[in-house]
Ligand binder design. Structure first.
Ligand code: KIV
Ligand code: ZN
Length: 512
């Protein structure tokens, strides 16, 4: 079976997404995870763009062993030299040079004609070839390029030595059928096309990036450029997880493999989201919180009897832990019981009935209940498990001309402990004080404030996510004062971490 190369550009085009910039360390963490995921090529950045980009690409090149490492370069001597200087440390380096070929770009952006563009493209590939054999050329805005001219450029750059020719839909304009025709035309008309790999790079402005990429594969493309979670310039790039899982799930139709270890997809998605701060929409295919959430009772019942009824792929196949599946208003007692057991609780029938009743009541107030909510029902209301830390008092001094300072009192095992600390902001000061009192070292993964009623006197709800020793918990706090809500949420999460530590013990020994 033929295979399609996965070229990941999360660290280059993905980073071009508004607000998604990453530092050198963060980029390396993502690159290492991409290598684990099994991507063929990691586009590590655009070395000529800034000193930071150059260093990040160099750092990645030095640390990645299995995947190829590519650096992007415009068709200039300076860019190509810089790209090489950064990727040359890689086990398998690649220079990726590009030049626009559409009349719109030539006329308005580059102010050159087609003949000049052709000359520059060929020159760039030949210049890059002086450094490495592994050269990719991209015809920027290829999908709005005159098809005869595109064929001419592709043939010329392959003759100049390009080993990969990339056909980007830079502005997300093409449709699947049209893209199929473009790739087919290149296959049929470009004499030396078999000497290079055809790659595609689709943007998602019309929401067609994945469909276009798949269509191109059917027409003969053997490399797809994509990003994790589909992040990227404007509406983003084709989402890797969607392309890979389409090929895998519909192997009967596409008949192509990739080298991706799909079990690492979810972790990679989480890491990219955490590092870039770009939240994954709940209904996002493959990695969204609801992607495998069967909400209706009929669906849940079907899935429990036989997954194939409503699941075309399993959450496990993309590495989603069972515990992330959400329950809702239409969930039946059977699904609830199964989840409670998976969470490690052994309840009596009576306790289970009580918990299920409470669960249903909460469902009327909240659309989805997560493990954390079920955890709260069982630990606090059914088993009355003790809270190690209890919030007592908070005073915060903050403002534009003062260093924020928080004084916090917490009751721990019946003893009141008080601490005052500074912070970078009032919330930071509050959390620093709590950490001091509780002597905990958990990592704050996320912090979200939302209003649960309207107006300036609204109740604020704070949700924090903490991690310690590989365990993640959500803590919630509600109060009209958002700083008090923050303190309550943080303490709530710390109590859950404490409970998780002892969960096994609790099940065996503390049950009434
Ligand atoms: O969208 C695009 O055309 C690009 C190229 C540089 C490959 O990102
Ligand atoms: Zn792009």
């Amino acid at each position: 079976m033929e295979y399609v190369k996965i070229f990941d550009t999360t660290l280059r085009d993905g980073e071009q997404a508004a607000g998604a910039s990453m530092n050198i360390e963060e980029k390396l963490r993502i690159a290492l995870q991409l290598e684990k995921l099994g991507v063929d090529i990691i586009e590590a950045g655009f070395p000529a763009a800034s000193e930071g980009d150059f260093e990040a690409v160099k750092n990645i090149a030095k640390n990645i062993v299995k995947s190829e490492v590519a650096g992007l370069a415009r068709a200039t001597e300076d860019d190509i030299t810089k790209a090489w200087e950064a990727v040359k440390y890689a086990n398998k380096p690649r220079i990726h040079t590009f030049l626009a070929t559409s009349d719109i770009h030539l006329k308005y952006k580059l102010k050159i004609d087609r003949a000049e563009a052709l000359k520059r493209a060929v020159w760039a590939v030949k210049f890059a070839k002086k450094f490495t054999d592994n050269v990719e050329f991209s015809a920027e805005d290829a999908c709005r390029t005159n098809i005869d001219f595109l064929c001419e450029v592709v043939e010329a750059v392959i003759s100049a030595g390009a080993t990969t020719v990339n056909i980007p839909d830079t502005v997300g304009y093409i449709t699947p059928q049209e893209f199929y025709e473009i790739i087919k035309t290149l296959k049929n008309k470009v004499k030396n096309i078999n000497k290079a790999v055809i790659s595609v790079h689709c943007h998602n402005d019309l929401g067609l990036a994945v469909a276009n990429s798949l269509s191109a594969i059917l027409a003969g493309a053997r490399q797809v450029e994509c990003t994790i979670n589909g992040i990227g310039e404007r509406a983003g790039n084709a989402a890797m997880e969607e392309i890979v899982m389409s090929l895998k799930t519909r192997k009967d139709f596409f008949n192509f493999n990739t080298k991706i270890n799909t079990k690492h997809i979810y972790r990679t998605s989480k890491l990219v989201s955490q590092i870039t701060g770009m939240i994954v929409q709940p209904n996002k295919a493959i990695v969204g919180a609801n992607a495998f959430a069967h909400e209706s009772g009929i669906h849940q019942d079907g899935v429990l009897k036989e997954r194939l009824t409503y699941e075309i792929m399993t959450p496990e196949s993309v590495g989603i832990p069972q515990s992330l599946l959400v329950l809702g208003k239409l969930s039946g007692r059977h699904a609830f019981k199964k989840r409670v057991e998976e969470m490690g609780y052994e309840l009596t029938e009576e306790q289970l009935n009580k918990a299920f009743k409470r669960f249903k009541e909460l469902c009327d107030q909240k659309k989805h209940l997560y493990d954390e909510d079920i955890d709260a029902i069982i630990s606090q209301e059914i088993l009355n498990l003790p809270e190690k830390f209890k919030f007592v008092f908070l005073n915060v001094v903050s403002g534009n001309r003062t260093t924020p300072c928080a004084t916090v009192e917490i009751e721990e095992d019946g003893k009141i402990i008080k601490e005052a600390t500074f912070g970078n902001g009032p919330v930071d000061a509050v959390f620093n004080a709590i950490k001091r009192i509780t002597k905990t070292k958990s990592k704050l993964l996320s912090f979200v404030i939302s209003a649960i009623t309207t107006g300036t006197d609204a109740q604020g709800e704070v949700t924090v996510k903490l991690e310690q020793g590989g365990k993640q918990v959500l803590g919630k706090g509600v109060d009209p004062d958002v700083l008090v809500a923050s303190a309550k949420a943080y303490i709530n999460a710390l109590n859950k971490l404490e409970l998780k530590k002892d969960l096994i013990k609790v099940n065996r020994e503390d049950l009434p």
